[in-house]
Design a binder for this molecule. Sequence first.
Ligand SMILES: [Zn+2]
Length: 226
Amino acid sequence: MTVSIPIEIIRSPRRRKTVTLEFVDGHLRVRVPVHTTDATIQRILKQHQRQIEQWQARDRERQAQPPWYQRPFPVFGIDRKLCFEPGRSWSVALQGDCMTITGPGQSLADPAARHALVSWLRQLAQDDLTTRVAAWANRIQVTYHAVRIRDQKSRWGSCSSKGSLNFNWRLVMAPPFVIDSVVVHELCHRLEMNHSRAFWQHVYRFFPETQNAREWLKKHGQNLYF
Ligand SMILES: [Zn+2]
């Protein structure tokens, strides 16, 4: 095994056969059934060597970047300049290209500053997606139950069979056409609860820019995780 990476092995008595690998905080977490031998684990790692190397490369790339507060910060796809202002309680204000985070900390490096920003973005997402979903549902002529904002690690949206719609709060950092495409995708599941050809026909009929939006997310989606 040529991958040099800290490895955490979790042997679980509840597992029967499944093995899962995930990359967490710079190390590899391997979950295996309780009686798995070291030799078997080595073999599994070797089988997944390419994937592991990809994770490491992506992690190195992220580490090489300046922290989020030293980069332009996109809201609705437009880069904003972040500023910090000392104040009594935490708040966020967006005025034009300038986003000011106020609070009783020292700087934007304070974890509470990030926390304030995330709360603000979640509220923005709730308001924005509630409005957007209502408008699109009307156009597509479908009903739905609720719009919820979630901290999803690898999804942009989902739709339950009962019509509850979940959206990743990070979407409000993306350009509006990308947000719309995710909304249309999820609402089209009210017509087809699958990814069949019929489903995609609905999606493209209501939102012809879908392909561009999907490409945008593939290319830039990772940058919305800060
Ligand atoms: Zn889908």
